[in-house]
Design a binder for this molecule. Structure first.
Ligand code: ATP
Ligand code: MG
Length: 735
């Protein structure tokens, strides 16, 4: 290696340096957020290479996300002064997939095995359950999949599931279904995601030759975010570390936030037992955040009981910072406006957009912020997820709405005709296409005609008729009761929401929340047409701008990251702490929510802005939201409360409920009476005073601009921030 000296060590404090230089033997770094755990791990990696203890490919480094892996690769390269190649660096799954390709034959696969996606997994499991004559209505396949995944998280192959660990799911057939599912996978030369860890661990357990080979291969093992490892990951690590015992894990029990995915924080406690003579290094200086931010985070997390306990003090030279803001707002729109304004202010002060992040508890919350950022022309990215209107369930629901509004929308119709599955197969779809082409009519009309003839088979025909009856009903409903009621009813009666309710995957509840948020968004518009137009514009606005962007993500996805300016919106009971945690009761799930809050606050370097809205729109009505209990757990001396006047105006309460993920969507149908002032109609009626070219205008979403062309009720406007757009004239006002 080129001798670039030991400069990199000079950038560490004595404890960090100890953790880096204690290269041999087991080491656990147990320390709070921002104390440099990841920096220690990266420097240690470089140190091992620089001191020629190992070649780059003899170090196994485990990160929590692919993004973190990329960052670590870059940091190691920077310290080395050249690109780092051939590294065994990545997430548990990525590393296991790479290993398993080499030894697949031990578990009955070949090296070219395929990794199944969730859809394929479910299809396969359903076949297996059918063959086992399980009543899938009573015991949904998704539930079975959850049982199997849990076993895999715990490193249990079917043979290792003892009677004590068996599940009574599916009339006590769970274990035999698991066994059959695994042999089907094998027959297909396939593995599901959980198999990657399970198979590889099983191989290491049962094949001493293979294990010995890896003991020779890996001289050093490094693990980040150790508090969130599950049992099978732990077993895998322990097996690999049995060789040289050179394992270094860094973690923070206060940041354990994945127990719902099988993570066992107890793995931290087991470390000393399993690796006798392990050194434990504690880091106490936080180099990330200002003192008020740290004080807020520490005070909050102190309310948790099950903690190992750690000291955390500000280590930055410029640690005196501004107090943490707690802002009370009237509703989520006002909350989004507040966040947008502050981001603009920060931008004017020279803070790069990449240094601002909005961290939400639940994915659906990104919508109002996305819309606000689009309005302001501020580029953003959704990290670890998709933009709201690009999510599959939102696209499906939008397709339903487009068909409701415009039956000749072929693309939309094709998307929903068999979603949820109603037995309309490729054959029937083919017939529709042929009919539509031959007669030169829209697909939906062709389908409706076919549904009345004997040409189509009986089952799809009945399903089609039911769907079309539905659409006529929902259109009538829209006339009578308005678009919000119609859309919510449509999503329920078409079986669409039910489809996700039946889905027991981990993502399904979030998708249902997104659908609820969608219905809420529709309520902000006077007509369905207005809403559809709005979304089309929002989507179109999604240019691939280069450069700095604001990050939006869930708190879970933010682990390990840091930003100058962090917004933490939606601190309301039922939202954060999440309703599911409250429903479960007990302190365990509440403590995990509190750890999430701790993770959130400690992402901030200079400024944290926590906010809550006093009202949430639930199905077109307002309901009061109770401020999160976590707000009361912040140290009063370290925070500054700001209330928008609006939040003090008093509450309009239609229902005593806090936000909760109740379904069906249409069950919260409002009374016909809409209280004065409670219903905010965003669109303005068409105006007589026509717009002229050159007129300066203001648009709800795009802000200020100048009219460049007028065509009936449509205007071309050159917006100051959003650029050239076509908009309906009733959405703009003269400015
Ligand atoms: P988390 O628990 O959130 O994952 P962490 O313990 O991994 O945090 P790092 O991300 O490694 O902490 O470090 C936090 C910040 O502090 C980073 O910006 C890092 O570069 C900086 N930092 C770490 N150690 C030092 C140091 N000795 N001197 C100056 N800055 C440091
Ligand atoms: Mg870290």
């Amino acid at each position: 290696f080129p001798d670039s000296g030991t400069d990199y060590l000079a950038k560490l404090n004595p404890e960090q340096r100890e953790a880096v230089e204690t290269v041999d033997g087991p080491l656990l770094v147990l320390a709070g957020a921002g104390t440099g755990k990841t920096r220690v791990l990266t420097t240690r990696f470089a140190h091992i290479l620089m001191t020629r203890r190992a070649f780059p490919n003899q170090v196994l480094a485990v990160t929590f996300t692919n993004k973190a892996a990329k960052e670590m690769r870059e940091r190691v390269s920077a310290i080395l002064g050249r690109p780092a190649e051939g590294l065994w660096l990545g997430t548990f799954h990525a590393l296991c997939a790479r290993m398993l390709r080499r030894h697949a034959e031990y578990v009955g696969l070949t090296s070219s095995f395929t990794i199944l996606d969730t859809d394929d997994q479910m299809r396969l499991l359903k076949q297996v359950m059918d063959a086992a004559v399980v009543d899938i209505k009573r015991w949904p396949a998704q539930g079975m999949m959850a049982v199997i995944q849990r076993w895999k998280d715990r490193g249990l192959t079917p043979a290792r599931v003892s009677p004590a660990e068996d599940s009574d799911y599916a009339n006590n057939k769970a274990r035999s279904i698991y066994e059959a599912y695994q042999s089907r996978l094998k027959a297909l030369n396939a593995a599901d995601f959980g198999d990657l860890m399970l198979h590889m661990t099983e191989i290491l357990r049962t094949q001493p030759d293979v294990l010995a080979q890896y003991h020779r291969a890996f001289r050093y093992i490094l693990v980040d975010e150790y508090q969130d490892t599950n049992t099978v990951q732990y077993l895998w690590l322990r097996l690999l570390a049995q060789g040289h015992h050179n394992i270094c894990c860094v973690g923070d029990d206060d940041q354990s936030i994945y127990s719902w995915r099988g993570a066992e924080v107890e793995n931290i406690l087991r470390f000393e037992k399993d690796f006798p003579g392990a050194r434990i290094v504690r880091l106490e200086s936080n180099y990330r955040s200002t003192r008020p931010i740290l004080a807020a985070a520490s005070h909050l997390i102190a309310k948790n009981e099950g903690r190992l306990g750690k000291t955390l003090r500000a280590g930055r030279n410029d640690a005196d910072g501004e107090k943490v803001r707690v802002v009370s707002l009237w509703d989520s729109e006002e909350e989004a406006r507040m966040v947008g304004e502050r981001i603009e202010q920060a931008q004017r002060k020279g803070v790069p957009l990449g240094q601002a992040a909005i961290l939400v508890r639940a994915g659906f919350q990104t919508r109002s912020f996305e819309e606000r950022l689009i309005t302001l022309g501020i580029p953003y990215r959704v990290v670890g997820g998709q933009k709201f209107y690009e999510r599959a369930e939102i696209r499906d629901a939008m397709a339903y709405m487009r068909v409701l509004h415009q039956p000749s929308d072929d693309l939309a119709f094709e998307r929903i005709v068999n979603t949820p599955k109603r037995g309309i197969g490729d054959g029937a779809l083919q017939q529709m296409h042929v009919g539509a082409r031959e007669q030169g009519i829209p697909l939906a009309i062709a389908a409706e005609r076919l549904a009345r003839t004997e040409v189509m088979r009986a089952k799809p025909r009945a399903a089609m008729r039911e769907l079309f009856d539905g659409f006529s009903r929902w259109r009538a409903l829209m006339q009578r009761e308005g678009h919000v009621v119609a859309v919510a009813t449509m999503l329920d009666e078409s079986g669409y929401t039910e489809m996700w309710k039946q889905d027991k995957s981990a993502e399904a509840p979030g998708r249902l929340e997104n659908l609820k948020e969608l219905v809420r968004a529709i309520g902000e518009f006077a007509t369905l047409e207005g809403f559809l137009e709005h979304v089309a514009l929002v989507m179109e606005n999604d240019e691939n701008a280069e450069g700095e962007r604001v990050s939006l993500m869930t708190l879970h996805a933010a682990k390990g990251l840091e930003f100058d300016l962090v917004f933490l919106p939606g601190w309301e009971e039922g939202l954060f702490p999440h309703q599911r945690a409250l429903d479960e009761g007990g302190t365990k799930s509440l403590e995990e929510e509190r750890r999430l809050a701790y993770v959130g606050i400690t992402r901030a370097r200079k400024m944290a802005v926590i906010s809550h809205a006093a009202n949430r729109r639930v199905y077109g009505n307002w309901s009061a939201a109770i401020p999160s209990r976590f707000l009361d757990e912040l140290p009063p001396g370290e925070i500054e409360r700001e209330g928008s006047g609006a939040a003090q105006r008093g509450r309009m309460v239609n229902a005593p409920t806090v936000f909760s993920g109740q379904f069906p969507l249409s069950s919260q149908r409002p009374a016909r009476v809409i209280e004065a002032g409670a219903w905010e109609v965003k669109e303005r009626p068409a105006r007589a005073d026509a717009m002229r070219v050159g007129q300066r205008v203001f648009h709800q979403k795009f802000g200020y601009g100048r009219v460049t062309a007028v065509e009936d009720d449509r205007l071309e406007v050159d917006f100051e921030k959003a650029g050239q757009k076509r908009v309906l004239d009733r959405f703009v006002e003269k400015a």
